[in-house]
Design a protein around this ligand. Structure first.
Ligand code: 8OZ
Length: 357
């Protein structure tokens, strides 16, 4: 048997992927009225179906989970119907697609939440600013710490999102536990100063992630359609932790019993003291890494056994046929950051594929 490379098939739990090229979850802010995915989203995902696994943009599990303009949801019948068009079309094109389940927590604003203050692990306001509907900039508000008794209700929203994703025809779901959103706000101690069973020790800070995963796996039917995304070192959204190695290896070990489809780690190339390999060992699930990889660095990471698959963000935005281009060794279209967030078809579905020779 030859050693696997980026183009070898892989099994993520119950998901058979034809190669190890993954579309990273990418917020594009192009949902329509009611935060329903539009026809251009069907085109966008379908254009990218030659990758082994597509992970959707972060998708709020409830109206209160939103924190950015025009992001899609997975809590209304209209949203489920909109996503069903995406999954049907991706499947017809031979692709596999999972939905990313999202609750933004303190990275939100009361304007998104019917006037209600954002919630978090603790009442700690993040630095930075939020974009309100219409893209006006505002400061973050100081969030309200969730009462212990409110936590089961939020967990139930993640589970409902997973059930709705199944109804919408997805091959699985990815729990967004990265980048400073609600689950990460419980994990890392810069945002969590709770004194109940969800704060303090590493075991306690991991509890919310474990309970969400348990509920999502039960809602999906088993853990083999469920992945988790973690970002141990990412400072984005004003996040840090006093001991990320201990925290995230414990988190991974706590998730092992669910038999997850994959673990997805945001750990850019060159991260000092990378812990993705320790996470993979502790969780015993296939590893997807994300952060600045190209063909050469992906191939060497897979050959060295450092990862099983690689997710591409900016490169995949600009190259719908990224799998074919990687196989051919390029060339690649350049991504245009001006059209990453918001707008319509331009910069979304108009990047050309390689001309077929
Ligand atoms: C960029 C802009 C808005 C949201 C993340 C969901 O960082 C995001 C996000 C990224 O995970």
């Amino acid at each position: 048997m030859t050693a696997p490379d980026l183009f070898s098939p892989i099994t993520f739990g119950s998901i058979e992927a034809k190669n190890r090229i993954v579309l990273a979850p990418l917020t594009r802010n192009r949902a329509g009225a009611g935060n329903v995915p539009q026809a251009i989203a069907v085109t966008y995902y379908t254009q990218r179906a030659s990758g082994g696994l597509l992970i959707t943009e972060a998708t709020q599990v409830s109206p209160e989970g939103q924190g950015y303009p025009d992001t899609p949801g997975i809590h209304s019948p209209e949203q489920i119907a909109g996503w069903k068009k995406v999954t049907d079309s991706v499947h017809a094109a031979g692709g596999k697609i999972v939905l990313q389940l999202w609750y933004t927590g303190r990275i939100s604003h009361s304007v998104f939440r019917g006037g209600k203050t954002p919630v978090s692990a603790s009442a700690i306001k993040p630095s930075g600013h939020v974009y309100l509907p219409g893209w006006t900039k505002a400061d973050y508000e100081t969030p309200r710490a969730l009462e212990t008794t409110e936590i089961p209700g939020i967990i139930a929203e993640y589970a409902a999102g997973a059930k709705n994703a199944k109804q919408a025809g997805f091959d699985g779901v990815e729990i967004h536990a990265a980048n400073g959103y609600l689950i990460d706000q419980f994990l890392r101690d810069s945002a969590n100063q709770r004194t109940d069973q969800y704060g303090g020790s590493i075991e306690n800070r991991v509890r919310f992630l474990v309970e969400v995963t348990e509920a999502v796996a039960a809602a999906w039917g088993s853990g083999d359609g469920v992945g988790v995304r973690l970002s141990p070192h990412n400072p984005y959204n004003d996040m840090s932790d006093s001991d990320p190695v201990a925290l995230f290896t414990h988190a991974a070990a706590s998730l092992k019993r669910f038999g997850l489809a994959f673990v997805h780690v945001v750990e850019p190339i060159g991260t000092p003291n990378p812990i993705a390999p320790a996470i993979k060992a502790a969780i015993a699930a296939p590893l997807i890494v994300n952060g600045g990889y190209d063909l050469g660095t992906s191939q060497s990471a897979i050959a060295a056994g450092e990862t099983d698959a690689v997710a591409f963000g900016k490169l995949y935005i600009a190259n719908p046929d990224l799998a074919e281009r990687l196989k051919a060794g390029g060339p690649y279209n350049e991504p245009n950051p001006k059209t990453f967030y918001g707008g319509g078809a331009a910069g979304y579905i108009d990047y050309p594929a390689l001309a077929k020779a």
